[in-house]
Write a protein that binds this ligand. Structure first.
Ligand code: ADP
Length: 261
């Protein structure tokens, strides 16, 4: 395990370098540069959880009875959590590929908003690690015609960001209500928020807000995918400040009728 912790540290350093590469290739905005940046970033995002899974699996496999039950369970839980992260990441890549080829065609079905939110919640449950997730659903919300798999993916991405970019002891909220023929689902956190100047750009592919402390690595794909999926449903996604002007509110608006525009 110590070995894998060391690996992780050096990967963290490598990530800082990759972020710089990504930044410069974005500036040149040449397709080749983007492709190379995407490849290195993707490989990196696959490798980090993989190294971590390997470390934990190796410790479990080579255990000669020294680990107690608690330690074994912890390692197994770690393997699960990282494998889930990998799974989400690969799903995002698949969605992105489909989006970029215009091949993402939602399969619309009448869906219960509460069930969609509950489904997304289940998929981030382990990552919550005891953090409060408040879910408020207005009574008598209409069913919405959406692709449940894709909309859950959007909600998982938003929850993932809300957790990634806010203190681990701060609550995350989900609010769902109906207004003007739309169902509006908001994910609200109490993190540092997104500066006004970046609010439109965060939905662009590879765009990441500059952060002094180099915190929370990512590829800058999640929100681009969210926007693509929501648009494919004839909806919109927007960002504003969270509660009391603090933190971030991501609001997804989906037409109840589900007719893509
Ligand atoms: P990633 O998280 O992989 O970098 P995203 O497309 O999901 O990519 O997000 C793009 C950028 O928007 C992030 O890098 C981050 O700077 C910013 N961001 C997204 N969600 C939040 C949030 N809830 N709070 C603060 N910043 C956020």
């Amino acid at each position: 395990l110590m070995q894998s912790v060391g690996d992780l540290a050096s990967l963290a350093l490598e990530r800082t370098r990759l972020a710089a590469d990504l930044e410069s290739s974005r500036l040149t905005s040449e397709t080749e540069g983007l492709r190379a940046a995407l490849l290195s970033s993707v490989s990196h995002d696959l490798r980090t959880p993989l190294v971590s899974v390997l470390g934990a699996a190796e410790a479990l496999a080579s255990d000669d009875g020294r680990l107690d039950d608690g330690a074994r369970r912890e390692l197994a839980a770690h393997v699960l959590e990282e494998a889930e992260r990998l799974n989400r990441f690969v799903q995002n890549l698949l969605d992105m590929t489909r989006l970029s080829y215009g091949k993402l065609s939602p399969r619309l079905d009448a869906c219960d908003v509460a069930e969609l939110v509950a489904g997304a919640r289940r998929r981030v449950e382990r990552q919550l690690a005891g953090r409060t997730l408040d879910i408020t659903i207005a009574s008598e919300l209409p069913l919405i015609r959406v692709d449940a798999v894709l909309i859950e993916q959007v909600l998982v991405n938003l929850l993932d960001n809300a957790m990634k970019y806010s203190p681990t002891d701060s609550p995350v909220r989900v609010e769902c209500r109906a207004e003007k023929g739309d169902v509006r689902i908001s994910v609200i956190d109490r993190g540092p928020g997104i500066p006004e100047a970046d609010r439109e750009k965060v939905f662009d592919m590879f765009y990441r807000v500059k952060q002094g402390d180099g915190r929370a690595a990512g590829t800058g794909l999640g929100l681009a995918i969210c926007r693509g999926i929501v648009a494919a449903h004839g909806g919109t996604i927007r960002v504003s400040a969270g509660t009391d002007g603090q933190g971030t509110r991501m609001e997804v608006r989906l037409p109840v009728s589900g007719s893509p525009s």
